[in-house]
Design a protein around this ligand. Structure first.
Ligand code: 13P
Length: 242
């Protein structure tokens, strides 16, 4: 499995800024061999970014989608609109969607099924809060998110990616230790049974990316803040992986 490096821009960068960022990223990243590099801009930038990234090393992801293909769902985006402009990946169940926007396991399960049906590769995010970790409930929470989210779905390589993002490590500068992350990844892998790419996310930066990706259980990273700085993201893309 090729290592995956994905950059989630969250609600940052208007279309003009996105164009500039993707152009600088392409210049800084240069040639990429045997790594999958995905950028995940906001919806309003997708079309612009997809045009610039066509036939380059960058693949495009969206940050969310609705589970229905069309209809009376004001403010939502269909996965079919995404595939029609060259988007290949979609984040499903990012902790900010779960915790701020109230998305439930059941909603995420419907989204995952639709994404699979229409050929979008989901990056399905799971992760415990700080309180849940302190209470020793990490495995219980991850198991619930996986079991409910993946009900009726067999995740397979190339069709779905799982991202472990401990909520307490997102945007906080606190990173899970490679051992902590490796242990949860092993737990997820055991539960999934079939081979699946599993990413780590949470305060990944150019200085810690190498030790994180050196863990044999970790297949890549999902980067937030550091993906907005071309030079930082380029360094993460090119870290040495043993
Ligand atoms: P940070 O890298 O800013 O902690 O964000 C991680 C994240 O949420 C990626 O989806």
């Amino acid at each position: 499995m090729e290592p995956v490096i994905a950059g989630n821009w969250k609600m940052n960068k208007d279309p003009a800024e996105s164009r500039a960022l993707v152009q600088q990223l392409l210049a800084d990243i240069g040639e990429v061999k045997e790594r999958i590099v995905i950028i995940v801009p906001p919806f309003t930038s997708l079309l612009h970014v997809a045009e610039i990234a066509r036939n380059t090393c960058l693949k495009i992801g969206a940050q969310n989608m609705h589970w229905e293909r069309s209809g009376a769902f004001t403010g939502e985006i269909s996965g079919l609109f995404l595939t029609s402009i060259g988007v290949e990946y979609v984040l499903i169940g990012h902790s900010e969607r779960r915790h701020i926007m109230g998305e439930t396991d059941e909603m995420l399960n419907r989204k995952l099924k639709t994404a699979l049906d229409i050929g979008l590769i989901s990056i399905f995010c799971v992760g415990e809060t700080e309180q849940e970790r302190v209470q020793n409930r990490t495995e219980e929470v991850i198991l619930r998110q996986l079991e409910n989210g993946l009900k009726g779905i067999e995740p397979e390589v190339h069709k779905m990616i799982v991202a472990y993002e401990p909520v307490w490590a997102i945007g906080t500068g606190k990173t899970a230790t490679p051992e902590q992350a490796g242990a949860v990844h092993a737990f997820i892998r055991k539960h999934l049974k079939k081979p699946c790419t599993i990413l780590y996310g949470g305060s990944v930066n150019p200085d810690n990316a190498e030790v994180i990706m050196a863990q044999k259980e970790i297949d890549g990273v999902l980067v937030g803040g550091a993906s907005l700085k071309p030079e930082s993201f380029a360094r993460i893309v090119h870290v040495t992986i043993p």
